[in-house]
Design a protein around this ligand. Sequence first.
Ligand SMILES: NC(=O)c1ccc[n+]([C@@H]2O[C@H](COP(=O)([O-])OP(=O)(O)OC[C@H]3O[C@@H](n4cnc5c(N)ncnc54)[C@H](O)[C@@H]3O)[C@@H](O)[C@H]2O)c1
Length: 465
Amino acid sequence: MRRRTRSAPSVGILGVGYMGIATALAFAARGRTVFAHDINPKVRASLRRGRSPYDEPGLAQLLRREVRLGRFRVLDTVDELAQRAECIFLCVPTPARRDGAVDLGPLRTAVNALGRAIRAARGYRVVVVKSTVVPGTTDEVVEPLLRRASGKSTAALSVAVNPEFLSEGRMVEDAMRPARIVVGARDPRARQRLRRVYAGFPAPVLELTPSGAELVKHGSNEFLALKVSYANELARWSEQLGTDVDTVVEAIGADPRIGTAFLRAGPGFGGSCFDKDLRAFARRGESLGVAPRIPGTVLAVNRDQTAHAVELIRSAVPSLRGRTVAVLGLAFKAGTDDVRETRALPIVERLVADGARVRVHDPSAVENFRALWERTGRTGAVQFSRSVGNALADADLAVVQVDWPVYRRWKPAWSRRMRSPIVVDLRRGIDGRLAARAGLTVLALGRGSAVGPGPGGRPRGRERR
Ligand SMILES: NC(=O)c1ccc[n+]([C@@H]2O[C@H](COP(=O)([O-])OP(=O)(O)OC[C@H]3O[C@@H](n4cnc5c(N)ncnc54)[C@H](O)[C@@H]3O)[C@@H](O)[C@H]2O)c1
């Protein structure tokens, strides 16, 4: 499986961010020769030294190995990329504009540069849109732009769509072993080339039109976000009824028609994709006359859920003014250092606004969160801790925002460091028996009552009917 497949086309990756690096290394690990270019010289320099700018399970080792084996090579110009790679994947950002529509600026810039570079390249090229774009973008924007910039006809250049479905926190694993490979291409040669590039991946290749493939990506993200919002609404039901949302979603998800994946309550979803993709999908649907209602509802439930998490934190102490609160977990989920759209930001902002002194900790994302916090223009109000113990020293309250394994293994010594050992657990990662042993009172989102050292824990009042 790891042998170099000589006949497979060489791969190009344009844009080596979270998605680009996982894609590049998955191809390299399956024996493809991968050339990569990023516009950011710091990213190029770091990757060339075999150092990952992103922290994800398995990424650092895989990168070092593929650089050493020469299967992953960083190029300084897009011209070299167009010369050397036969199948080039666009992995550049597609952020949201203020009005929710996609900002196609970065994609247009990349496509223009790539098109001009391909003008000088000899041989047949396939350019593949792997960035997430709303249905119709490849046919209406990418292909015309690429043909104009490259001057190439359909004989020399094909355009295809191949959306990426990886989840951060497990992106290497997902990219190596995807559930399915979706290809949107009209040209049979492009489909054939993509099948060869993906040879050896243990997944079915599903072939659609370019717009169909784009719709699959947005439809998938909307459905996953819907599952999260659905679980979050069930969490609020559970709190009112005095039951545990995890037992409820487990039983619902045991139905194979539903499944448990992503049916997980928390402080609302974050990450770079769901929010922007749902807003872009809604805008595109409106312009096509689809009048979609689901994206708006999912996003509204998500916003409410973060506000609900803040209310839960407020309910744990009589007042937050002058209290010390430790916020544990700053990434948007466990397993990644990505803080884009993390719920930690609005939560910390609210706590600071309520007059709390906030200490924050994360095993991987502290520096990224510090940069994000400083971009909000607020410095000093938040203390960045290197250890859980430091974050908890004399704290009146701790909030688990992300269920990193380190927080799940709560140490009794941590409770002793706190002025009052109370945790608001927004992910229900801390086991009740462990909490009791650690002398901790846990107020968990999605559960009807607090658990802790007292008999039956501290009831949350209104949940008891
Ligand atoms: N992150 C994910 O989990 C994920 C999953 C599936 C799909 N996607 C999609 O993949 C795309 C990229 O997302 P990401 O999270 O990797 O973004 P990112 O911001 O982490 O990375 C994008 C990279 O592209 C580079 N870049 C920007 N313009 C460029 C240009 N003209 N030429 C070369 N490089 C350029 C940037 O320097 C950056 O390193 C988006 O469309 C996103 O929606 C992301």
